[in-house]
Write a protein that binds this ligand. Structure first.
Ligand SMILES: Cc1cc2nc3c(=O)[nH]c(=O)nc-3n(C[C@H](O)[C@H](O)[C@H](O)COP(=O)(O)OP(=O)(O)OC[C@H]3O[C@@H](n4cnc5c(N)ncnc54)[C@H](O)[C@@H]3O)c2cc1C
Length: 414
């Protein structure tokens, strides 16, 4: 059996290793698209802050790991997939035949549609190569203008500030991390960042970036400009799908997969940031671009590829974010369910906030800032779809009793 895996992030590597265990005799090829050994992007913030060196970013640190497992690493990019001939066409002209194919190509940074994005000094922060370029330029006093304050935008701030840079964040909307956080939670995060010396300009969309006197000039419109040595564009990501054009694989926002993570084309699977699977709480299809999801999907897809039927129990929208040391998190339907109820506690002076969202007597979503002690209980209640019964009213009165509510709910569910 010839297995080809396109993409060597956490989803691809987990799939390759699972395949090897499940099918000792199979041919396994792992396509690495960045000219690097397989690495984990989520370690980039630690690389930026100097807490780890480059060697620690690689998913497996033993240089001979893949060779020993008989996993063949091919450094090339997939250009197209011919599903009728069962072959992956590579950028260098080669063609890789497969019996089972896994697409695990992740996502790439969205490109801002403004002039100046090709200038030297305009970077994003997604790949190891990006991290190296940032580290080479970020010195004490370097003026960094960062466009975007989503998950990645927030998580990299600590590493940037630790290098002594002067950081200004531009936010198109009124709120930081607005895809994860309510306005109240977002307001706390903003105030926290400002207290650490970061300048934040909301409702700000640059018109373009130009070169001026050996530096950059960010045009904010209406005659306003900001000087910068580095412009970091971190405005979201898009799944890597272009090379699948004409393959017949059904695409929504990502690659549509069934409960076995198989695509619309038999024998072709997808896993990780690129796959649009079902959410275990809402039952709706969604992209869920977090590493634990990629690893689990890589594992499940590989078992199915090896002929061992396995079902994916659905992805769970769960993000934990550390912004300059302030931990915040979002779970499930944090914006609330139609007709649902909510409860919250807020302690502005201590940067603590907890918001719970209910649908009937079930917890369906939550936002937390500065509350890291009960994340497991919140996750367990939402993911397990546990009924709260009389504990719902108690939580409406005092959301901080979440752990007692969880313990009661699991006792009743048992
Ligand atoms: C700075 C940063 C911090 C993060 N922090 C966290 C965190 O704290 N927690 C968390 O859960 N998640 C975090 N993430 C997100 C996490 O890294 C992703 O969810 C995870 O990497 C997804 O894994 P994947 O294998 O699906 O995709 P990826 O890791 O993106 O891997 C995809 C691979 O496919 C390759 N590829 C793409 N196109 C092709 C092609 N045509 N041919 C060949 N190869 C190709 C790419 O080069 C890459 O190697 C962070 C991401 C970043 C950038």
């Amino acid at each position: 059996m010839r297995h080809v895996i396109v993409g060597s992030g956490p989803a691809g590597v987990t799939a390759a290793e699972t395949l090897r265990k499940a099918d000792p005799a199979a041919d396994i090829t792992l396509l690495c698209g960045e000219g690097e050994p397989p690495y984990a992007r989520m370690a980039i913030p630690y690389l930026l802050s100097g807490n780890i060196g480059e060697a620690a970013i690689y998913i497996r640190t033993d240089a001979d790991h893949y060779g020993r497992l008989g996993i063949c690493l091919v450094h090339a990019r997939a250009r197209a997939v011919d599903t009728s001939r069962r072959a992956v066409l590579l950028g260098d002209g080669r063609s890789l035949p497969y019996d089972r194919l896994l697409v695990a190509t992740g996502s790439r940074p969205s490109r801002e549609q403004i002039p100046g994005m090709d200038l030297p000094g305009v970077l994003t922060c997604w790949t190891l190569q990006d991290a190296r370029a940032i580290i080479a330029r970020a010195r004490p006093g370097t003026r960094i203008v960062q466009m975007g304050a989503g998950f990645v935008g927030c998580i990299i701030m600590e590493g940037l500030l630790s290098r002594g840079v002067d950081l200004t964040i531009l936010v198109r909307s009124g709120y930081m991390v607005r895809r994860m956080m309510s306005p109240t939670a977002s307001g706390l995060i903003r105030r926290w960042c400002e207290s650490k010396g970061v300048t934040i300009l909301t409702r700000t969309q640059p018109k373009g970036v130009g070169a001026k006197a050996g530096a950059l000039e960010v045009d904010l419109g209406e005659g306003r400009t900001l000087p910068a040595d580095l412009y970091l564009s971190v405005v979201g990501v898009d799944p890597n799908l272009d090379f699948l054009a004409g393959s017949g694989i059904e695409i929504g926002r990502g690659i549509l997969v069934d409960a076995h993570l198989q695509t619309s084309v038999p024998g072709v699977y997808a896993a990780g940031d690129v796959a649009e699977a079902t959410d275990c709480v809402t039952g709706q299809r969604q992209l869920n671009a977090i590493q634990p999801n990629a690893v689990e999907q890589g594992r499940i897809a590989a078992l199915n590829m090896a002929g061992r039927p396995a079902r994916f129990r659905g992805s769970f929208a769960f993000n934990v974010l550390t912004t300059l040391g302030l931990v915040s998190s979002s779970f499930g339907q944090w914006q609330g369910a139609p007709g649902g109820e909510s409860a919250e506690v807020l302690d502005e002076s201590r940067y603590r906030y907890l918001n719970l969202q209910f649908d009937g007597d079930r917890l369906v979503g939550a936002n937390c800032v500065g509350f890291s002690e009960h994340l497991g209980a919140i996750r367990g209640l939402i993911e397990g779809r546990l009924r709260l019964g009389s504990w719902k009213q108690r939580l409406l009165d005092d959301p901080a009793r979440i752990m007692q509510a969880y313990l009661s709910a699991i006792r009743h569910a048992a």
